[in-house]
Design a protein around this ligand. Structure first.
Ligand SMILES: NC(=O)c1ccc[n+]([C@@H]2O[C@H](COP(=O)([O-])OP(=O)(O)OC[C@H]3O[C@@H](n4cnc5c(N)ncnc54)[C@H](OP(=O)(O)O)[C@@H]3O)[C@@H](O)[C@H]2O)c1
Length: 164
């Protein structure tokens, strides 16, 4: 399955329950890549979205251990195992792990492709993704030219798993 994330120079992904920055071209790529697909997210990431609502035109799976938690328009799973059972008939290339840090960490072993927006800036942050440049199981196989958004420079990268 796929992982999709925007990271800074230190592979930070968030602070105080929010994204570090919102880059329109990154949001657009996220929309294009995940449209019509199955997205897997943690309860906190769902709550960080506009209105705390699931994403439109996607099959949303939200993980929570809280037995009382439910959300209209999403399937709630109570564990990684339950999630894997839920998606067992979905082609793995159509599944996107969209965060946050807990969910990236728990599903990374099941991912074989990572779509990373790499922002060349170091933010104050409190949540991180594993640095795939330092993980021997992963290799970057594509990086676009550099784009700019005001004074920020960023690229779109793709990483693939080369071993388990
Ligand atoms: N840069 C990016 O691309 C990106 C993308 C997404 C999110 N983010 C950022 O990441 C941060 C949120 O990440 P986070 O790690 O704090 O939260 P998270 O991963 O979004 O959600 C964590 C919650 O998911 C549930 N959960 C986790 N593992 C579970 C399991 N095995 N079984 C059942 N439920 C499970 C628990 O919910 P309960 O507490 O309800 O049990 C847990 O509190 C925010 O700052 C957000 O903006 C960044």
């Amino acid at each position: 399955m796929n992982l999709i994330a925007a990271v800074d120079r230190n592979w930070a992904i968030g602070k105080d329950g929010r994204l570090l920055v919102s880059i329109p071209a990154d949001k657009e790529l996220f929309r294009m890549e995940t449209r019509g697909k199955t997205v897997i997210m943690g309860r906190k990431t769902l709550e960080s979205m506009p209105g705390g609502q699931p994403l439109y035109k996607r099959t949303n799976i939200v993980l929570s251990r809280n037995p009382g938690f439910s959300v209209k328009g999403a399937v709630v799973c109570r564990s990684v195992e339950e999630t894997l059972e839920e998606i067992k008939h979905v082609p793995s290339e159509d599944v996107f792990v969209i965060g946050g840090a807990d969910i990236y960490r728990e599903f990374l072993p099941f991912c074989d492709t990572a779509h990373i927006t790499y922002i060349d800036y170091a933010y104050h942050a409190d949540t991180y993704l594993t640095n795939l440049d330092r993980d021997p199981a992963w290799r970057m196989n594509m990086e676009t030219d550099e784009y700019t958004y005001f004074n920020l420079c960023y690229t779109f990268r793709r990483y693939v798993r080369i071993k388990n």
